[in-house]
Design a protein around this ligand. Structure first.
Ligand code: ZN
Length: 146
């Protein structure tokens, strides 16, 4: 454990006991004993700290989750150029992959739906030589000069 953590914990315990002692002195002047007030206020402080702590933790978690959602939202948004299906004017349209998309044409104000299609393509590899058949059943080879 780091020294600073130890100092924080010790000073926190000291402060809690100090507050409890104050309650003990103040309470015992009215009714009951010092230790009765001391333990009750110590217990109350622990309960209060627990409630505050769990509230703060929950708030942090919620803020973090919201941040993640916002980030995913930004990442899933991109803009493409689409031609209006009514008047053929091209429009820049923000697209989100995780929801239905539509846009209002800048030219004719009609609302267009957006249909997304994905397909797989094979990747081509660059070639460095091509063999072409010639008339006399041999072949001519062309090489790419590098
Ligand atoms: Zn249009």
């Amino acid at each position: 454990m780091k020294k600073i953590t130890l100092i924080i914990i010790l000073s926190s315990i000291g402060l809690t006991c100090g507050v409890s002692a104050l309650f003990g002195f103040a309470g015992s002047t009215i009714i009951g004993s010092f230790w009765g007030w001391f333990w009750i206020s110590l217990l109350l402080q622990f309960i209060l700290f627990g409630i505050v702590n769990s509230y703060l933790l929950q708030r942090d978690t919620q803020a973090f989750q919201q941040q993640e959602i916002d980030m995913l939202d930004k990442l899933s948004k991109f803009t493409i150029k689409l031609t209006c299906s009514y008047c053929q004017q091209s429009n820049l349209v923000p697209i989100q992959l995780n929801q239905r998309n539509s846009f209002k044409c800048e030219g004719c104000n009609q609302v267009n739906g957006v249909s997304m299609q994905f397909m797989a393509t094979s990747l081509t590899t660059p070639i460095d030589a091509v063999k072409l058949p010639t008339q006399d059943s041999s072949s001519a080879e062309f090489r790419v000069v590098q």
